[in-house]
Design a protein around this ligand. Structure first.
Ligand code: FAD
Length: 289
């Protein structure tokens, strides 16, 4: 990864597809994302499938070794024990993958979690104790994690995460930059000084919009909900408005010298390309150190 303090980084998240057809397509998607010269590409993992080696690791290997782009594996804490983690660390080292986004993960229905790592910070500390050369990324939530009783305890646990070895934080998606700036300030007040990378989700279809409205704990700005209301029955207009919204968010974030922008691509390279074309000149400007 490049020095995050020097310039705002631009990176992508992809997820391993469920079906074999999409399995072929994902490599094409990754090839297309590579052309956009990202600082890194992260690959999610799932507690439902628990198929880390055959999905997340396989794609991250392709990113890292075929495309020569730094690959980041998402590694969940809840369903692994120490022995399994040891094996995964050996594989990561063998493949030259240095970047691990450690998350706790949510409970998979009907499957009890393992006991070794309760929270992301437990796994972070374990990995760092095994090999301090791994670069550990962690998750953070500008509007607090939904399970947190209040913002103070959430920030307190975030500080523990950084103390456990987290080198960089990636945010949950948000649609109000003001909320992000407030969170950034709260982190600074709590002496959390690692780079905060902003997670941006471009809304490009109705299903995605409804999902965000239903699932999200985010505070949704009026201009965002107005956009969804206005264009929800017209796919072309909704996509145009959603892309413009994400580009506006990114422009404002980079103007305000964000450490980085991480695009939740939903495996749509055309969406990433559109946003890249519209914003690439912003990412060449150096931030003051
Ligand atoms: P934690 O840091 O463990 O925090 C979870 C909750 O526990 C928070 O409320 C926190 O305040 C609290 N807490 C933390 N430490 C302590 C402690 N010591 N004592 C008491 N309470 C504590 N999920 C996936 O399954 N796969 C993915 O690939 C994935 N990628 C993600 C990427 C990003 C950028 C983000 C933001 C989330 C991602 N998630 C993913 C979702 C994530 O797993 C869930 O949000 C999960 O509920 C919390 O994960 P965490 O790492 O933030 O957990």
């Amino acid at each position: 990864m490049t020095n995050l303090a020097e310039k705002s980084s631009f990176s992508f998240e992809v997820f391993p597809p469920k079906t074999a057809v999409n399995n072929q397509k994902i490599f094409q998607t990754l090839d297309e994302l590579h052309d956009l010269q990202p600082n890194f590409i992260s690959v999610t993992s799932s507690n439902r499938t628990l198929n880390f080696e055959n999905s997340t690791l396989k794609l991250a290997d392709y990113v890292q070794n075929k495309l020569k782009v730094p690959g980041v594996v998402h590694l969940t804490a809840r369903y692994f024990d120490r022995k399994q983690i040891d094996r995964i660390l050996v594989e990561l080292k063998f493949l030259g993958i240095k970047n691990i986004l450690v998350i706790r993960g949510d409970l998979a229905p009907g499957r009890p979690p393992k006991k070794d790592f309760q929270h992301a910070s437990d796994l972070m500390a374990y990995i760092k104790s095994k090999d301090a050369n791994f670069r550990i990324l962690g998750a953070c939530y500008p509007e607090s994690h939904p399970e947190s009783s209040n913002k103070i305890s959430d920030i307190h646990h975030l500080k523990e995460k950084v103390a456990a070895g987290c080198d960089c934080l990636l945010t949950q998606m948000f649609f109000s930059n003001e909320t992000f700036y407030q969170f950034q300030e709260n982190c600074a007040l709590a002496d959390i000084n690692v780079p905060l990378i902003a997670g941006i989700m471009p809304i490009v279809n109705r299903a995605q919009a409804l999902h965000v409205l239903k699932q999200s704990e985010c505070c949704l700005p009026k201009k965002f909900t107005q956009m969804l209301d206005r264009y929800q029955t017209d796919p072309t207009a909704l996509k145009a408005a959603g892309l413009a919204y994400a580009i506006n968010q990114i422009t404002d974030l980079v103007t305000n010298r964000v450490a980085g922008v991480h695009l939740y691509t939903m495996n749509q390279a055309n969406v990433a390309r559109y946003i890249y074309q519209a914003t690439k000149s912003l990412f060449t400007i150096k931030n003051p150190v």
